[in-house]
Design a protein around this ligand. Structure first.
Ligand code: AHM
Ligand code: MG
Length: 342
């Protein structure tokens, strides 16, 4: 005899609706943004999966605002997100790592009260070798009185984010997000094209397992950073050595450390005095996620989400992961024991 157990399958749509019900004042606009992002993620996942087959790999002739060669898939992912998000009436502006200025909502479309900041395809230099890439996103509320979003609306400190998350296009596609009520992860079931709740209420282990850092920059680090890395590796002091894992694709490195504990570091160095990663498109959204999972994120002295941005494409050093590991970075780099992510 076959026993049918009641289904416990929770789609992302159902989850978002249930979360929204917890807030009677919610207008549904934020939920709409999250649905649209989930749709964009599915479309990008398709492109990424087909990359080798469709002959869309390789660099375009264009260079993006950071001066890096754009991969074709970056351009596509950027377009997909803009097209999926610009007409819903929920956003009044966007900013992308791949675009120099504010992305305006086209004439004729309604403007809403939110702004979206995103890195459409992070780690795209890894695409040619089949390493996971990701999309990172952040949602803030408009603070100016103008109908269309202005620069001031985009340059808000990370603590003002109302939602943030990422999509990882790995062996499976996952969408992980927070709206300030914990961190939840959904895995794409490709057979039905739905994101299903697979990782409710993710908590980052406090005893870190992994250290992720590109130590080919060691010669350019200052002595404090070098000393910190020795501590993480268990070479000085009595700390257990962390295991080194570095994909070179931030979303993949972050996701592994979120589930397994540890710390991802992209320190400042003599050649890149502000590090490499972007405050608004990479550091802030992942900082919101990690704090909601019980972890912390800092630039070595200041909590990432307390930094007041001054420009759209600003870079920041980044130490992100389990609380105790990030606290050690703060102590050793700024000399001030601090309670980041409190
Ligand atoms: P991108 O936004 O141009 O793809 O660059 C960001 C990527 C991150 O995914 C990754 O953590 C970092 O660059 C790796 O940089 P490096 O090769 O200097 O270690
Ligand atoms: Mg990036």
């Amino acid at each position: 005899m076959v026993h049918h157990t009641p289904t416990s399958v929770v789609t992302i749509e159902r989850f978002i609706i249930e979360q929204e019900r917890l807030h009677p004042e919610a207008t549904g606009e934020l939920s709409g943004i999250l649905y649209d992002l989930a749709l964009a993620a599915k479309m990008i996942a398709n492109k990424v999966r087909m990359a080798g087959l469709a002959d869309i790999l390789g660099a375009t002739e264009m260079h993006n605002v950071q001066g890096e060669v754009q991969q074709k898939l970056d351009v596509m992912a950027n377009e997909i997100i803009i097209k999926a998000m610009d007409h819903g009436g929920r956003l009044c502006g966007m900013a992308s790592e791949e675009e120099p200025d504010i992305i305006q909502i086209p004439e004729g479309f309604r403007c809403g009260k939110y702004l979206l900041l995103f890195d459409p395809l992070d780690g795209s230099s890894n695409i040619d070798v089949n390493v996971p890439v990701g999309t990172i996103f952040s949602v803030v509320r408009k603070i100016t009185r103008s109908t269309r979003g202005e620069m001031e609306d985009l340059l808000q400190p990370g603590r003002r984010q109302v939602a943030a998350g990422y999509v990882i296009y790995g062996s499976s596609t996952m969408l992980v997000y927070t709206t300030g009520q914990g961190v939840h992860g959904f895995t794409l079931d490709p057979s039905i094209g739905e994101f299903l709740l697979s990782h409710p209420n993710i908590r980052i282990p406090d005893n870190g397992r992994y250290l992720s850092v590109n130590d080919s920059y060691e010669q350019h680090w200052d002595d404090h950073v070098r000393a910190l890395m020795r501590r993480y590796r268990g070479l000085d002091g009595d700390r257990r050595a962390l295991n080194v894992r570095y994909v070179g694709s931030l979303v993949a490195d972050f996701h592994r450390n979120l589930l397994g504990g540890g710390v991802f570091c992209y320190p400042a160095n003599a050649k890149s005095p502000r590090g490499k990663l972007r405050l608004l498109y990479e550091a802030n959204p992942l900082a919101f996620v990690v704090e909601q999972a019980g972890g912390a994120a800092s630039d070595g002295a200041t909590r990432i989400m307390d930094i007041s941005p001054t420009e759209l494409h600003q870079r920041t050093p980044l130490y992100i992961g389990s609380k105790s590991e990030v606290e050690l970075a703060n102590e050793m780099l700024s000399g001030v024991p601090s309670a980041v992510g409190a």
